[in-house]
Design a binder for this molecule. Structure first.
Ligand SMILES: Nc1ncnc2c1ncn2[C@@H]1O[C@H](COP(=O)(O)OP(=O)(O)OP(=O)(O)O)[C@@H](O)[C@H]1O
Ligand SMILES: [Mg+2]
Length: 248
């Protein structure tokens, strides 16, 4: 089983949309895939159509007392399951640190899932909190969407520096450009002459596209409702590039 996370400290850069599209592609290639929505906003759960009913407490599982597998739901796509988020994830940090051992908790919780899944994808909230640290300890790869602007790159540099200091030696950090607008000079410049921070990043970039925004209308990945559009093709290429790095 391989574990990958989509993360950036910066909000609204495309972590969730990319996680959902990549998870869908993985499942179409017959990899048994689980997407764990670790963000109380529950956007990934919404896109996959797996909102939870009342009384559901996804956050409590982070205390480490119950197996996380019992929270999984089937999506309407074969080979793709999800662990939905709900508002109880708001206090996830408190739950995580309550019983000690927070850093390794998510890793321990997902370990038994190896029997059922080849790929676990973590959709992360935009924080540098104990939950984020626990995600970093659990993931093999951290894919970081970066909008080609100076501020986005700066945020990414800050994350990298923080990760270096915290010594997550096993974790491979892989940035990629998202929401690229070819009408903007700065975006084009950064694509042509990649900034140093993007070294080791994916070659594939995702264009700014209205089809991505429409995922909320369809509650589905772009490839399902607009397969021949540039953004759908870009997510497909992104998946292939990511798959090339994984041992699936
Ligand atoms: N390539 C794209 N083109 C156009 N819009 C996009 C693209 N990628 C994401 N978006 C839009 O940007 C918004 C933020 O995307 P998303 O929720 O994936 O970001 P996020 O990093 O997960 O945000 P958060 O930090 O709040 O979790 C959404 O409305 C989404 O539709
Ligand atoms: Mg998100």
């Amino acid at each position: 089983m391989q574990t990958i996370a989509f993360y950036n400290l910066k909000g609204g850069v495309g972590k969730t949309t990319t996680a959902v599209n990549v998870a869908w592609h993985a499942s179409r290639w017959k990899h048994r895939t689980l997407l764990w929505d670790l963000d109380p906003q529950g956007a990934a759960s919404f896109y996959l159509g797996v909102d939870q009913g009342e009384g559901y407490k996804a956050g409590t599982v982070l205390k480490g007392k119950q197996p996380v597998g019992r929270l999984k739901c089937a999506t309407r796509w074969p080979n793709l399951d999800a662990i939905p988020a709900d508002l109880s994830m708001r206090n996830a940090d408190i739950k995580l640190v309550e019983n000690g051992g927070a850093r390794n908790r998510i890793k321990q919780l997902i370990a038994p899932l190896g029997e059922s899944y080849e790929l676990v994808i973590l959709d992360c909230p935009p924080t540098l909190s104990p939950v984020a640290e626990s995600i970093f300890a659990a993931a093999d790869y951290l894919f970081v969407p970066v909008i080609p602007t100076h501020l986005s790159l700066r945020a990414f540099d800050q994350v990298r520096e923080w990760l270096d200091n915290k010594k997550f030696g096993h974790l491979t950090v892989v940035p990629f450009f998202n929401m690229v607008d070819r009408h903007r000079d700065l975006h084009v410049e950064m694509l042509v002459k990649r900034p140093k921070s993007m070294k080791g990043g994916l070659k594939t970039w995702i264009p700014y596209s209205t089809h991505v925004e429409q995922m909320g209308d369809h509650r589905a990945p772009v490839g399902e409702f607009a397969p021949y559009t540039p953004s759908a093709q870009a997510y497909r290429a992104l998946w292939f590039e990511i798959a090339g790095k994984l041992k699936l």
